[in-house]
Design a protein around this ligand. Structure first.
Ligand SMILES: Cc1ncc(COP(=O)(O)O)c(C=O)c1O
Length: 450
């Protein structure tokens, strides 16, 4: 792949270390972001191919697994590396420059504006899983309370529910989204109805995905949250996928809590995410990892002065009061938000939808290939789940990688009879990769006589 690991590491450790990453010059890594312009029409292939070159992925590799881990554009990689280098070269001045309260306040404000909430409603986290745990374990449950989740949730959302069940004798109630009528669902109402049927007068929380990682289905979050709110039930949304893929407006969705990832579609570094808690329910969600003021006092029982620190404890930002934080990751999240804002979230979403639409159509036209996500724009976006009849999805992955250096994944859960391939279409991917994917799956289906 162009250079050995030793050459790669050697370059990083050299004098002009940061600039030499994977063959990029310092100038290339530092290219003025304004050069990217504003995102163009989704089918402007030349423009989006140019954007795809902003990523460090080797030119012969197609990264179609953003659903697991997005790769970062070079401005984001550079921001993270710069932060580490400055910190290690001159800790004190760097700490004053970035690793401080003002920077965190600015970052939260930027993040809040990006996802559509107030800056006192958001905390930077390490990942989605943390946010799902904060939202579930933070609530006071009594024995007999019920929590709804679905069997297409990720374990990051489902297992905190089951742990609460074990600890507080709360009853988990599972919505069966594995039923054949949901693959794909005929309409959003059928999904809302499935949730409605699971609600009882003891339901305290509904925890569910905005986009299922299993099939790519976009759930009708707004309708589910409206229904829950009307019944006094809290909602916690697993938003591992939409931030960076969809033009997100959390207030518009109407949920109480939302846990997002930064390291997937937002394309920030690993270990970035956020947790949203609606202003008017913040006093009902206890922080579970915490070192800040308690009832306005410090550990000696003395009142904490009315400073930024004190105010942080009174907002969702108290979920950041959990010891040392990774400042370099925060710098990368900051740069990732800038990258998205420059291209605009709506242009990125349109491009992802356009590419996913091409993949759905191309795969559906291949005999023996089934597509498990809807064409309805309200129920799908950048993830396409599919299966080649009689071919193990792991074999499909392996073939795509071995023959084409095309990286997708499979999602297998025998318990719910689920075993598919999953392609994530995001802006490091371009039309050439899509043609390769469709052609390769057609070739495999033909070879296997399906
Ligand atoms: C729907 C969903 N929720 C949660 C997670 C866990 O995400 P994280 O690694 O950000 O904690 C994933 C990871 O793929 C996911 O797909």
């Amino acid at each position: 792949m162009g250079q050995s690991r030793r050459q790669f590491v050697g370059r990083l450790s050299g004098g002009a270390a940061l600039g030499s990453l994977a063959g990029f010059s310092a100038e290339a890594l530092a290219a003025p972001a304004a050069d990217l312009g504003v995102g163009k029409a989704p089918d402007d292939e030349a423009y989006w191919r140019w954007i795809a070159r902003e990523f460090l992925t080797y030119p012969n590799v197609a990264h179609m697994n953003t659903g697991t881990r997005g790769v970062s554009p070079r401005s984001v990689v550079k921001a993270q590396f710069d932060a580490i280098q400055r910190y290690d070269s001159d800790y004190l001045s760097y700490a004053r420059y970035v690793n401080n309260t003002d920077f965190r306040i600015r970052l939260r404000a930027k993040l809040a504006a990006f996802v559509g909430c107030k800056s006192n409603e958001i905390a930077v986290t390490n990942n989605t899983t943390e946010g799902m745990a904060f939202g579930t374990f933070g609530i006071d449950f009594k024995a007999g309370d019920e929590i709804i989740y679905t069997n297409h949730d990720h374990s990051s959302g489902a297992q905190p529910v089951n742990l609460c069940a074990a600890r507080f004798r709360v009853k988990p109630v599972v919505v069966d989204l594995a039923a054949p009528e949901f693959h794909p669902p005929e309409n959003a109402d059928s999904v809302v109805k499935a949730f409605e049927q699971a609600i009882t007068r003891r339901t305290k929380l509904i925890s569910f995905c905005h986009i299922n990682y299993t099939d790519g289905c976009v759930l009708p979050v707004k309708q589910i949250c409206e229904m829950a709110r009307a019944k006094g039930i809290l909602t916690l949304v697993d938003g591992a996928h939409p931030p960076g893929m969809m033009d997100l407006d959390i207030h518009e969705l109407g949920c109480d809590m939302y846990a997002g990832a930064g390291h997937k579609w937002l394309m920030a570094s690993m270990l970035t995410g956020f947790f949203f808690v609606r202003e008017d329910i913040q006093d009902r969600v206890w922080p579970i990892v915490y070192s800040g003021p308690v009832n306005g006092t410090n550990m000696y029982g003395e009142p904490v002065p009315d400073t930024d620190y004190y105010n942080q404890a009174k907002s969702a930002a108290r979920f950041e009061m959990r010891g040392s934080l990774n400042f370099a990751n925060a710098a990368s999240l900051d740069a990732a938000l800038d990258f998205h804002s420059r291209l605009t979230p709506s242009a990125i979403e349109a491009r992802d939808r356009y590419m996913a639409g091409r993949v759905r159509e191309g795969l559906r036209n291949i005999p023996g290939v089934s597509v498990h996500v809807s064409d309805d724009p309200g129920m799908s976006c950048g993830i396409v789940s599919f299966a080649v009849s009689g071919v193990d999805p792991v074999e499909v992955n392996d073939m795509l990688w071995a023959r084409h250096r095309l990286y997708i994944r499979n999602v297998a859960h025998a318990e719910i009879d689920w075993n598919v391939n999953r392609a994530s279409l995001h802006i490091m991917v371009h039309g050439g990769h899509i043609d390769t994917l469709i052609g390769a799956v057609a070739e495999l289906a033909k070879e296997r006589g399906v």
